[in-house]
Design a binder for this molecule. Sequence first.
Ligand code: F3S
Length: 64
Amino acid sequence: MKIQVDTNRCQGTAMCLAVAPELFDILPNGIAEVLVDDIGPDLAATAEDAALACPAAAITVIGD
Ligand code: F3S
């Protein structure tokens, strides 16, 4: 399972960081970056929560 951030949609609201600081950081340019390449089952729900929390709908969770 992977997470993608659409950098064209991201507005830097950092809700992803608030919901899942183990999965996201915010780059100096204000755009989210994904910290984990391959999301295990233990973090799948957290990843989905972060995607739902993003007001710009910039986060996509891609299953295996
Ligand atoms: Fe960007 Fe959405 Fe996170 S706007 S900073 S991906 S909550």
